[in-house]
Design a protein around this ligand. Structure first.
Ligand SMILES: Cc1cc2nc3c(=O)[nH]c(=O)nc-3n(C[C@H](O)[C@H](O)[C@H](O)COP(=O)(O)OP(=O)(O)OC[C@H]3O[C@@H](n4cnc5c(N)ncnc54)[C@H](O)[C@@H]3O)c2cc1C
Length: 402
């Protein structure tokens, strides 16, 4: 009987899990005996790391041809239920029906979503840049501002969250606002964060550069404060300050896909399943967790993956390989990704490229910006649909960041 591997999600982890599983099946000479199927709303990878940009072109490349050449089936739908005991999932298909699918191995690669805290007015008055639809909605809103009366609120954007996504969104925003409202508009962009120093998470050296970049880009920092209320005309901060703004972008926290709650076992504060070294969910036989849905050790020095494309592309390869390896009798591969880099875009100022968990700065400004552009336009895009070439880089020990 054919064995079945199901993969939920067509993001960075899901794509590489699917290719890696198909590769392992081929390596074991078991093609035809194991079926690999990806389930996701569309056979497209959303290039989420670019959704803060002003031009939203080519942000969800089609992976249909790629899945086809590596022999992976695709079912368009949303996974609704995971039954770890029965080894079944229920899918609400895009065709409008419900399908129950059984599996021998299941890989959860359903990513993450924005976490909205319970702040009065926030749920009714926020924008975000986590999905293509939401990023497009923000763009449409910004373009439409020009038709409104010229007020302080119209001309102001508040970005809540001084992490990487918030900083990238905020430093790009003055250029976007000027493009929408004209060079002479009296625009204002404010970034708000609860940390005492904006960008502190990037290390003190980077934080100093970030302060300079914010100043040069024309972004006002508000550090050490919380947003306490939001309405259509602005926000109130915990300091008591009121900032008039028609646009609030929320970038202050993520949570793993809600599907993780259906997988038994330990979860971390972000809702991620704590995986073992092979990315198995330890309490659910046959289930693997990957990308933004797993917390896994990246090395033996106490570091863990963060929700990032960089980790997802490696975690995906390992989970997909192991999901197939268990079925076809290949050795399982332990996840390890000791090298960690960050490349933070800071708008017209440039970028900061760091290496290591202690974030040593290697390149700044234009030099780092070139690396960022290379990452964003080449490295993270799905490869061309060439079976041999793709299998050659789908091995579980492939180093994503050399
Ligand atoms: C603005 C922004 C900037 C970022 N910048 C960086 C950066 O500079 N560097 C970096 O490394 N990372 C960055 N990230 C993070 C990175 O994009 C994510 O960590 C990465 O996308 C995670 O990959 P994933 O495959 O786990 O999940 P995703 O890419 O989110 O893919 C999840 C997939 O699962 C599908 N799915 C969801 N629910 C279901 C369901 N119920 N059933 C079936 N399918 C489902 C989705 O449609 C999608 O196809 C950024 C993210 C954002 C939003």
């Amino acid at each position: 009987m054919t064995q079945k591997i199901l993969i939920a999600g067509a993001g960075f982890a899901g794509l590489w899990a699917a290719i890696s599983a198909a590769r392992a099946v081929a390596v074991a000479g078991k093609e035809g005996e194991v079926e690999v199927t990806m389930v996701s709303p569309e056979p497209r990878v959303t290039i989420r790391p670019r959704l803060y940009e002003s031009l939203l072109d080519n942000m969800d490349p089609d992976i249909g041809p790629l899945l086809k050449v590596v022999g992976v089936n695709f079912l368009a739908g949303w996974v609704e239920t995971i039954d770890a005991d029965k080894k079944e999932i229920v899918v609400a298909t895009m065709a409008g029906d419900r399908a129950t699918l059984s599996y021998d191995s299941f890989v959860l690669a359903a990513g993450s979503r924005l976490f909205l805290p319970n702040i009065p007015g926030l749920a009714d008055h926020y924008f975000e840049v986590n999905t293509l639809d939401k990023a497009q909605a923000l763009d449409i809103h910004l373009q439409a501002l020009a038709a409104r009366p010229d007020t302080r609120a119209r001309n102001t954007v508040i970005v809540a969250g001084g992490g990487l996504t918030g900083l990238e969104t905020a430093t790009e925003m003055p250029t976007r606002l000027r493009a929408a409202l004209g060079d002479n508009a009296d625009i204002r962009v404010v970034i708000v964060d609860t940390a005492d120093v904006i960008g502190a998470g990037m290390g003190s050296e980077s934080a100093a550069l970030i302060a300079t970049a914010l100043g040069e880009c024309g972004v006002e920092p508000r550090a050490g404060v919380r947003v306490t209320a939001v309405d259509g005309d602005g926000v109130t901060l915990s300091s008591g300050e009121r900032i008039e703004a028609n646009t609030v972008v929320w970038a202050a926290g993520m949570r793993a896909s809600a599907l993780t709650a259906q997988i038994p076992g330990e979860h971390d504060g972000l809702g991620r399943v704590v995986g073992d070294q092979y990315l198995r969910a330890p309490m659910a036989e046959g289930i693997f967790v990957t990308g933004d849905t797993v917390k896994a050790a990246t090395d033996d020095r106490g570091n863990y993956n963060v929700m990032s494309c960089q980790h997802a592309m490696s975690l995906g390869r390992v989970a997909g390989h192991n999901a197939a390896a268990e079925l076809v009798g290949l050795p399982l591969h332990p996840y390890s990704q000791p090298k960690y880099v960050t490349c933070l875009d800071l708008g017209p100022w440039g970028a900061i490229y760091t290496e290591g968990w202690d974030r040593q700065i290697h390149f700044i400004r234009d030099e780092a910006k070139k690396i960022k552009q290379e990452i964003n336009t080449v490295w993270i895009y799905p490869p061309a649909p060439d079976r041999d070439a793709v299998f050659a880089i789908a091995n579980p020990d492939f180093v994503v960041v050399p």
